[in-house]
Design a binder for this molecule. Sequence first.
Ligand code: FAD
Length: 406
Amino acid sequence: MEFGFTKEQEKLRKELHDFYANELPEDISGVPALSKELQDFWMGLQRKAGKKGYLAPGWPKEWGGLGLGHIEVGIANEEEGYWGIAWPDGIGLHIVGPGLHLFGTEEQKKRFLPEISSGEKVWYECFTEPEAGTDEANQQTRAVKQGDKWVINGQKIYITGGYKPDWLYVEARTADTIPKHRGLTLFCVKADTPGVTVTALPCMGGYRANIFYFDNVEVGDDAIVGQINQGFYHVMATFEFERSNTAGAARAKRELQELIQFCRETKRNGKPLIKDPMVRRALAKMAIDIEVLRLAAWRTAWRFGERKRLGPLDFDLTGLFSRLNAMSHPNLKMDILGTYGQLRMGSKYAKLDGSIERGWQVTRSYHYAGTMEAIKIVLAGRVLGLPRIPAKLNTTIMKALQEKEK
Ligand SMILES: Cc1cc2nc3c(=O)[nH]c(=O)nc-3n(C[C@H](O)[C@H](O)[C@H](O)COP(=O)(O)OP(=O)(O)OC[C@H]3O[C@@H](n4cnc5c(N)ncnc54)[C@H](O)[C@@H]3O)c2cc1C
């Protein structure tokens, strides 16, 4: 399979490439925002890219985008991946924005979309709870209508973000229903609303997650996105946007190219690393894996352009391949670098700026946006048509496992 691009599309790629090449100092590309200085840098770049419409190229011009198609969006994502860009407002751009396009009121679109596409604001996604991760429908955070206000109480965990958020996209229980997922609603909550507090949850690799607490937080009806009690369906629809992107393969390809260059230039036992058959095999395996991921991502981008909604194969396949690579590639890279692989960024002896060690740490947590097991279950059931384990048998297995743990 080969994807060709039109002259116009190649022109767009060059325009974006040149913009980031000019704006990104070499030593910042691919480095997460670990300090205030880096955060200010990325916020500044986000605003600059927003002014040009590069943040949301697929959105209509009236909402601050460029009105481009899905292939062009795939190209823009590839460029962001190549340059190692993680926008401070990735959630606003890839979750909240598409959600508002699909389910928001005209008033909400006018209020929020231009702020997101111009890069002015930062949103966090507040879905996961201590008892509601894979089992997303098990939300315990409650929103109760009192007079003309909704009062929200509960706790959210593993909320990604090292910036100061302006808005929180919160999923909460608004009805006790069977099945559970029919009683959930989405709310836009201003992050400085009285009753919202946050504690940091530092993660491996230097990233920061957060725990948010909602203690009698009041919002109006205008905070609701979509329909009351339909939040679960809205979330599932917007997750399609989170999973279908071409950035991951582009980033991985660039990192592999840098590693190959390193192997050409570095000698071990008098011979360049690139001559070592074990190293060659590892490099070849990674190159093949990345190409498979790239093709799956482009297939999804192309299918997005063809259809309004996607099936599970389109986005879960990309998710599966990126997680498989996340599990195996850092180990292969560590093996190639030998003991140098364990040296951190900042160490004068670290190779490739310590990026291999940091990458290894970061990719230990590949549970974001659905775990490997959850993805496999979806692919097995909804794509391959394999039967589900009957509920009774499932209970028996769980009981046996719990007994074993005791
Ligand atoms: C880097 C990162 C960023 C994140 N960012 C955000 C964010 O910004 N906002 C947000 O709301 N959340 C965020 N999350 C949370 C993420 O969505 C959850 O971690 C994820 O949904 C899994 O939930 P859990 O951690 O509670 O694990 P659990 O659901 O408790 O799962 C634990 C283990 O059990 C397995 N398991 C669970 N159910 C089944 C089943 N039925 N069959 C087989 N196996 C099963 C899982 O696959 C997993 O291996 C982030 C997570 C990570 C790692």
